[in-house]
Design a protein around this ligand. Structure first.
Ligand code: S3P
Length: 432
């Protein structure tokens, strides 16, 4: 069936494995002595780049039927890779693995594709230099990153000012091979999967939270235990379908086995504040992560909302699809404080605004705030979408075909493979 304004979302949906947890499971299991088993690993290019990097450090990773079997090596035991490591489009891989290398006695060059080569790395490496790693960046900012790790990293206290789970996790991974106590303060909460997985693997980590900051303390005096992990469904991938089901009349969706970690479901709260009908059917906890089944049903048209900048880190990857929802919600929606969106796989703030306008929606950027004037009339559409090979922009504006009179043209859809290789297959299974 063609996917257009006649389409609605219906059926039972199993989102693909969570990307953030997939990266972390590969990296942490690589440091547990013995055999870890991971199933439902996201087989997107970003995660596969992490997997290849871990292999290049001497970690044995095999796939047997649908499980990845990992034989870990001790923290600090990374082998010197023979070549430069290529990370493709993956900011998470290059930043997290920079942290790992920083406290190992190896020297590595890390590169990426055109988009990754334009993304800021100093936000991570400035912390890693302080522990004793010697690091060079292109123009003192961008990849390639050349790191000479310190086999004798200094335990420090870090204050993380930019809200970024990638910065936090890079420091945490460097702490795995740092003697002494590493302390981290983050002033806005970001996704906490590294903390959760380390706790679940028996590591000595304490996490406390007060109204001013989150505090993490790590001591490497306990070995990481092996892990047997079935990765839960990715809320950031499911967001395309959950949002579509909230906004399109006649939609009814059951979402199975989705990760419901509170640092990841800001978009669900935003959709609910817009009148979206999302109900919890079942929940359970595994490896310190909440996993659930949901029911989503379009009963009413959405209404506008205002998002505070402090809530943005909890839905940082979902702003593109929420912008599509806002365009079909009655009234003015304001997303505040979107500066971080300008340094993602593309300048997402700019591309959201440009594409909304192209499909016939009034939208304005004021400094780093985005104003979207929505209503529940079909948009003109018929535009050529500019996605700059950014997977989440592409998927968001593909979903926008559901609310446009004429379908939009999207050239070269191959970039979905970075985070969601089965996106188009899932669409065809869930649309009438
Ligand atoms: C991620 C953290 C986020 C997010 C990215 C995945 C992670 O980046 O945008 O897609 O797995 O840690 P920042 O933490 O830099 O905002």
């Amino acid at each position: 069936m063609p996917f257009n304004y006649h389409s609605k979302i219906e059926g039972t949906y199993y989102p693909p494995g969570d990307k953030s947890i997939s990266h972390r499971a590969l990296i942490l299991a690589s440091h547990a002595i013995g055999e870890s088993k991971i199933s439902n690993l996201l087989e997107g290019e970003d995660v596969i780049n992490t997997l290849k990097a871990m292999r290049s450090f001497g970690v044995k990773i095999n796939k047997i039927s649908d499980k990845y079997i990992i034989f870990g090596i001790p923290p600090g035991g990374l082998f010197q890779p023979k070549k430069t490591i290529y990370f493709g489009n993956s900011g998470t891989s290059i930043r997290l693995i920079s942290g790992l290398i920083a406290s190992n006695n190896i020297t590595v060059t890390l590169t990426g594709d055109k988009s990754l080569s334009k993304r800021p790395m100093k936000r991570v490496t400035e912390h890693l230099s302080m522990i004793g790693a010697i690091i060079k960046l292109r123009k003192n900012t961008y990849p390639p990153i050349k790191i000479k790790g310190s086999g004798n990293a200094i335990p420090l206290t870090f204050n993380i000012i930019i809200p970024s789970a990638q910065i936090k996790s890079a420091i945490m991974l460097s702490a795995l091979n740092t003697n002494g106590t590493v302390k981290i303060k983050e002033f806005k909460s970001t996704r906490d999967h590294t903390e959760n997985m380390l706790q679940s693997m028996g590591y000595n980590i304490k996490v406390k939270e007060n109204f001013k900051y989150r505090y993490i303390e790590m001591k490497n005096d306990k070995e990481l235990k092996t892990i047997n992990y079935k990765i839960p469904g990715d809320p950031s991938s499911a967001a395309f379908f959950i949002t579509a089901a909230c906004l399109k009349p006649g939609s009814k969706l059951i979402v199975k086995n989705i990760l419901l970690n509170k640092t990841r479901i800001g978009f669900i709260n935003t959709l609910k504040s817009m009148g979206g009908n999302i109900k919890l059917i079942k929940k359970k906890k595994t490896h310190n992560e909440l996993i659930a089944d949901l029911k989503v049903e379009q009963l009413n048209f959405l209404k506008s909302t205002t998002l505070k900048s402090s809530d943005v880190p909890l839905q940082i990857d979902e702003i593109p699809i929420l912008s599509v929802a806002a365009s079909f919600a009655n009234g003015l929606t304001i997303f505040k404080g979107l500066r971080e969106l300008t340094v993602k796989e593309s300048n997402r703030l700019l591309l959201i605004n440009e594409n909304l306008k192209k499909i016939g929606v009034k939208s304005i950027i004021k400094k780093y705030d985005l104003y979207i004037y929505g209503n529940n009339y079909l948009k003109e559409g018929g535009a050529t979408i500019r996605h700059d090979d950014d997977h989440r922009i592409l998927m968001s504006f593909y979903i926008a075909n559901m609310i446009c009179k004429k379908n939009n043209l999207i050239k070269d859809k191959s970039c979905v493979k970075t985070s969601y290789p089965t996106f188009f297959k899932d669409i065809s299974q869930l649309t009438n």
